[in-house]
Design a protein around this ligand. Sequence first.
Ligand code: CP
Ligand code: NVA
Length: 346
Amino acid sequence: STPAITRVLTHSHTLKQVSLPWLAPQQTGKSSRRKPLKMPSQSLFNKSIALLFSKRSTRTRVSAETAATLLGGRALFLGRDDIQLGVNESARDTARVIGGMCQGIFARVGDHAEIEELARYSPVPVLNALSSLWHPTQILADLLTLHEHAHLFTSDAPAPETAVEGKGAYKPLPELRPLTITWLGDSTNILHDMLVTYPRFGHKIRVATPAQLAYQCPTPVWDRVKELGCDKDIWWGSDPREAVHGADVVVTDTWISMGQEAEKAQRLKDFQGYQVTEALCKEGGAKSGWKFLHCLPRKPDEVDDEVFYGPRSLVFPEADNRKWTIMAAFDLLFGKWNLHGTEATQ
Ligand code: CP
Ligand code: NVA
C-alpha cells in the first residue's frame, strides 16, 4: 500500500544514517535538540531469513545478507541447486517446512505463480525478491534514490547536507516534486512496479516499447495498474524519441531478462533504436538536466557508456540503496515491527 511504501522509504533513510553516521552530521553545543544516533535495531536477533533464490542475483542477495547481519539475524542462501524445491519437492511443502524453521522468506522465482504459491502456504511472511512480473524491492531503492537527489530536480529543495534543526535525530527524507519518468525498452518486472507505484506518488510515466505484442504490458499487470487508478498518468507508445519528451528521469533495463536468453538474437533486432544516449534524449526533448536510472546488471546494448558512467547516472547510489530499503523491509516485515507501524507481540 502507499502508506507502507512511505514507511519503508522513511525507515530506509533513517537506517542508512544510523548505519553510516557521517551522513547525518551531529549538531554540537547545548542548544542541540537532535538526539545521538542509535545503533540499528536488532529486530532479527535470533531469527533466520530464508533467501529462496531460483535465479542469479548480486545486489538483492548481497543486500539481503548484509541487511540481515546488521539487524542481528542470519540469512540462509538457498539456491536452485541447494534444496529439494523444483526437483523432489513442491513449493507448497517447501513453504510449510522452511516457514516452520525461519521467520521470513525472501524469494526470487521464475513464474510469478510460484511466489503466490509460496505465500499461500508459508506460515511466515514472504517478500518478493523478483518474479516474472514484479520486482517490488527494486522500486523502493529507485524511489529512495530519487528522493535523496530531489535537489537535482528543483532549485527550491534544500541540498542534502542541510541539517534540519529541532526536527528529530535524523535528517528527514527530502520531498520530491512531481516528475516525468520515461521508460525505454522491454515491459519487464521493473517497469511493472514503476507503473503501479510512481503515479501514486504524483509522478507521470512515459513508456516506449517495440510495437510487437511480446513487448506490451501483460494483462494481469495492466489490470492492477487500472485497479489502482494509475493508468491516467501513463503514456505508452513505441517511439523512443516521443517517450523522452519532457523527461526528468530516463530508465531502462536489460532487453534480455533472465530466462529469455534463447530469444537474444530476435530481441537485439527488435530493440534497435532503443539505446539510451545523449543524442536520443536531446532529439526527443528530454529536460536538460535529465537523470538516468538502471536496476543493473547492465549491458551496453540498452545504454551507452557516456550516459551510464556520466554525470546523469544515479545507478550506483541506486544499487547501494537496495541494501537500505531491503533492510527497512526486513525490519518492518520480519523483525519487531509490522507494516502498520505497531510493535509485534513476538
Ligand atoms: N537489480 C537486481 O535485482 O540485481 P540482482 O539481480 O543482481 O539482484
Ligand atoms: N528484468 C531483469 C531484472 C534483473 C534485476 C530480469 O528479470 O532479469
